[in-house]
Design a binder for this molecule. Structure first.
Ligand SMILES: [Zn+2]
Length: 144
């Protein structure tokens, strides 16, 4: 399977479709806050036949994109089951995830949410450390 390149035009369409502030579709880290341009993630990975069309693309930070890799499912400890990952194009973030009251930790509201948190490590220590600082500055959590 050869990779289909994402044109500059398609990249721009993905960015224009996204809610502001621009953020990772998974961990919600904001591009403006991290200073690192978001990547374009293939929701169904190219290695599994995913194509470069708007409905299969979303914004993701480098670290979430790397951890997602070619994965399409993850394990939820609570239900002891393997589930598909959160799909940012068809699923609502707020339906599957919520911020802890202090805004530092992403909590899974559903089995899909929990499986995605575990697989992408959405509460990795590098993020929780930064979230504490972002919160002090009033930059976090992102409000839509
Ligand atoms: Zn992320």
């Amino acid at each position: 399977m050869s990779k289909s390149p994402i044109s500059a035009q398609l990249r721009e369409q993905v960015r224009r479709r996204a809610e502001l502030p621009l953020r990772c579709s998974y961990c919600q880290s904001q591009e403006l806050v991290t200073g690192v341009q978001l990547t374009i993630d293939h929701i169904l990975p190219e290695s599994l036949g995913g194509v470069s069309t708007l409905d299969n693309l979303c914004l993701a930070c480098w670290e979430c994109n790397l951890r997602k890799g070619s994965r399409v499912s993850g394990f939820d400890d609570q239900t002891q089951s393997e589930l598909r990952l959160f799909n940012p194009v068809v699923d609502e973030w707020n339906a599957h995830f919520a911020w802890s009251p202090d805004g530092i930790v992403i909590q899974g509201l559903t089995a899909i949410g929990r499986a995605t948190i575990a697989t992408l490590q959405l509460n990795r220590s590098s993020l929780t450390r930064s979230r504490k600082l972002w919160r002090v500055a009033g930059w976090h959590p992102p409000s839509a």
